[in-house]
Design a protein around this ligand. Structure first.
Ligand code: GLU
Length: 409
């Protein structure tokens, strides 16, 4: 099942429950604009390489379009569209004044050196600069991109449009970025993991956590939970996975990964396969990497009580049904990982006001936004007797639907 089939199914389930007409559902699901461009560039060896870049602008009923840029070999039109729809519901759920977009380039960044990556990014901006901008569509980091890539985007965009730091978020702190943006998604994941455990009267102290994906989101979530007493018992990345039932020393592991490039062969641990990682016995499983990893094949064997979707779209709907039957509670992506776009919003606000917030303010406002969205979702799920994903979609789609009805066509 493709990512898009999954996100469409979740949408229709909620929209049917809300009684939205077929025409309204079609309107809300149809992207407003899909851009597909050739990104041709000269590699360092003199050869010409041609890549395909995408930007899908799904819905701007609530404000300018917002969403990350993904550089990954699996990026295609359908996946980007599906991720763009998630951004629409996510920004609505945390109630920030944006619509949803997503973009990306089908490329394996591990095969590019830094100067090639820079040229690729600048060439992409040459192709899309007219459709993005601080009041139109604001890109941000996602898989395979980072603050440096955002700095190049800003610089290239400004060559066409003049000084305009709010044209992209997730920039380096030294270059109009926001303190706390880098940690934001992981912090939000950690915060809501604790909120969920509290609701379920589970003890955080010693709670066993498994994290699949040890990039930006996985490392910050691991550190946040480790510092508050949870036990990170297994982690994995694209190169390997490891476990230690007594709990990993997360700061030491992060130092190791910074030097070695992977968790693989970390001394205080034993290796596990990528598939076994998802099936470890634990309280909390956090998928924090690519989409579609929880399937109808592995869902019956997952031995976690709670799944926190730090990744976008990690769970196939069939797996979701199995988790529901098995009373495994899933905290959905559009809520769990919304910390990133929330602090992107704070960065954009700071850029537009030319006024810098300190880290404490960013963290306080982030925690408040995330806790509010969690509380509303939890309450709706309880009153309507639905799972958290359905409740989150009902809230997100409801807000977009109302904005659409109020604004008109
Ligand atoms: N790529 C992140 C997401 O999926 C962040 C998007 C943003 O900051 O605009 O939510």
């Amino acid at each position: 099942m493709s990512g898009r089939e999954s996100t469409d199914r979740y949408f229709h389930e909620a929209a049917d429950m809300m009684g939205l007409s077929a025409n309204m559902q079609r309107l809300l699901l149809t992207p407003e604009r899909q851009v597909k461009v050739q990104v041709a560039m000269k590699m360092d060896n003199g050869e010409i390489a041609t890549f395909i870049g995408f930007r899908v602008q799904h819905n701007k009923a609530r404000g300018p379009l917002k969403g990350g840029l993904r550089y990954h070999p699996e990026v295609d039109e359908d996946e980007v569209l599906s991720l763009a729809t998630l951004m629409t519901w996510k920004t609505a759920l945390v109630n920030i004044p944006y619509g949803g977009a997503k973009g990306g380039i089908q490329v394996d960044v591990r095969k590019l050196n830094p100067s090639e990556l820079e040229r690729l990014t600048r060439r992409f901006v040459d192709e899309i600069h007219d459709v993005i901008g601080p009041d139109k569509d604001i890109p941000a980091p996602d898989m395979g991109t980072n603050a440096q890539v955002m700095a190049w985007i800003m610089n290239q965009y400004e060559k066409y449009h003049g000084f305009n730091p709010a044209c992209v978020t997730g920039k380096p702190v030294e270059l109009h970025g926001a303190d706390g943006r880098e940690e934001a998604t992981g912090r939000g994941v950690g915060l809501l993991t604790i909120s969920l455990l509290e609701k379920m009267s589970e003890d955080l102290n010693g709670a066993r956590i498994v994290i699949q994906g040890f990039g930006n989101v996985g490392t910050f979530a691991a550190r946040y939970l480790f510092e508050r007493g949870a036990k990170i018992v297994a982690v994995g990345d694209a190169f390997g996975a490891i476990r230690n039932p007594d709990g990993l020393n997360v700061p030491d592991l992060i130092e190791y990964v910074t030097k070695q490039g992977s968790v693989k062969e970390y001394p205080e641990s034993e290796p596990v396969s990528a598939e076994e990682l998802l099936l470890q016995e634990c309280e909390v499983l956090i998928p924090a990497a690519v989409g579609g990893v929880l399937t109808k094949e592995n869902a019956p064997h997952v031995r976690a009580k709670y799944i926190i979707e730090a990744a976008n779209n990690p769970t196939h709907p069939e797996a979701d049904d199995i988790f529901e039957e098995r009373n495994i509670i899933v905290l959905p992506d559009i809520l769990a990982n919304a910390g990133g776009v929330t602090v992107s919003y704070f960065e954009w606000v700071q850029n537009r006001q030319h006024f810098r917030w300190d880290l404490d303010r960013v963290r306080d406002e982030l925690d408040r936004k995330m806790s509010e969205a969690f509380a509303r979702t939890w309450d709706l799920a309880t009153t309507k007797k639905v799972n958290l994903r359905l409740a989150a979609y009902l809230l997100g789609i409801g807000r977009v639907g109302r904005a659409t009805a109020l604004g008109g066509i």
